[in-house]
Design a protein around this ligand. Structure first.
Ligand code: NDP
Length: 319
């Protein structure tokens, strides 16, 4: 018997792909260049497999309208047109919680890296510079003021870790979380003006585009550091580069960029930034857990079972 057909809209992680291939025939959208061939396949597609950044536009959803689920490997799903998916009766799922620890760990890793200049220190030793003099001093992290933009699952996990470093914690979000015990600021600029390290961990998409702009960076100030583990779209990258070059802020730790995997050359050449390749959830353990959950959602969706982790917009409709 032939396996049901699913459509991969991006290069899938091998753990997810392997699980899917045990049950489905997986078609890679990027390999199907002939529109007629895709039109013939599209009505047979029972599920769409994506990644956190992959685009699932309205036009694609209209073509695969027999699909029973869009299963995203990632917690962010800003590339998926959820409103169009709902109109076509195709629920969207994602992989929350299983990656929270890793992303919070990397956020703290970047805080320590930029504050204590760990990557620069590594280069200093490897370049044989140690005998000729001490490095410039770093910035103390323990006891510093941390601001979190987005106090959701991951933001709270960052706060928990930062508490262990004796940091004072404040945040901004769409709404105040009175039970958090942390100080709330109604805007990113007000938060930035009151912290030493500003960590961004909101979803991407239109609602947060350039939330971190020139005004916020100015408020963060010459002794302040920006950490972005959210999405590249949340930070105005041009304004950030200008702020780093002019000393408007002290430095930045960046896991995400506006046009991945392309990182502006201006950032490579700056000594006050630490750059990582969108790897906040990239551990073997977490990528396996994400693959297991994304696969479970695909199987549930295509077999009419309750979905494990629908995105909030769809969860509300499925109740
Ligand atoms: P949650 O939905 O639990 O939390 C999101 C938080 O962002 C909420 O506190 C929300 O506020 C806040 N927020 C949303 N819009 C705004 C806004 N306009 N202004 C201020 N705050 C806002 O998500 P998670 O914590 O699980 O994940 C957050 C994001 O992290 C993901 O969507 C993804 O983009 C990113 N991510 C990045 C990874 C990486 O590899 N670098 C890996 C995993 C996730 P409120 O609570 O008031 O609604």
């Amino acid at each position: 018997m032939s396996k049901p057909d699913v459509l991969a809209v991006a290069k899938l992680h091998p753990f997810y792909l392997k699980a899917l291939e045990s049950v489905y025939t997986v078609h890679d959208r990027t390999h199907i260049t002939d529109p007629a061939a895709f039109a013939a396949l599209a009505p047979r597609i029972v599920g769409v497999a994506g990644t956190g950044e992959a685009s699932v536009p309205r036009s694609l959803l209209a073509q695969v309208s027999n699909a029973k689920v869009v299963s995203v490997f990632g917690v962010g799903y800003d590339g998926v047109d959820v409103a169009a998916a709902i109109e076509h009766g195709i629920p969207v799922t994602h992989t929350p919680d299983v990656l929270t620890d890793d992303v919070a760990d990397l956020a703290m890793g970047l805080v320590l890296s930029v504050g204590r200049t760990i990557p620069q220190a590594d280069k200093f030793v490897r370049a044989g510079q140690w005998p000729s003099g001490p490095m410039a001093l770093g910035r103390k992290v323990s006891g510093a003021r941390l601001g979190i933009v987005g106090l959701g699952r991951i933001g709270k996990a960052i706060a928990q870790r930062a508490s262990g470093f004796g940091m004072s914690i404040a945040y901004t979000a769409r709404s105040e979380k009175a039970d958090s015990g942390f100080k709330f600021f109604p805007s990113a600029a007000e938060l930035a003006a009151n912290v030493d390290f500003l960590v961004v961990i909101t979803p991407g998409g239109a609602g947060t585009k350039h939330l971190i702009n020139a005004e916020v960076l100015k408020a963060l100030g010459a002794r302040g550091f920006l950490i972005n583990v959210a999405r590249g779209s949340v930070v105005d990258e041009e304004a950030l580069i200008a702020a780093l070059q002019s000393g408007t802020i002290a430095g930045a730790g960046l896991d995400v960029f506006a046009n991945e995997p392309n990182v502006p050359e201006a950032l490579w050449t700056l000594s006050n930034v630490v750059l990582t390749p969108h790897m906040a959830s990239a551990t073997t353990e977490t990528r396996q857990a994400m693959a297991d959950l994304a696969f479970a959602n695909m199987q549930a969706g295509t077999s009419g079972q309750p979905l494990r982790t629908p995105v909030p917009e769809c969860a509300a409709l499925l109740k």
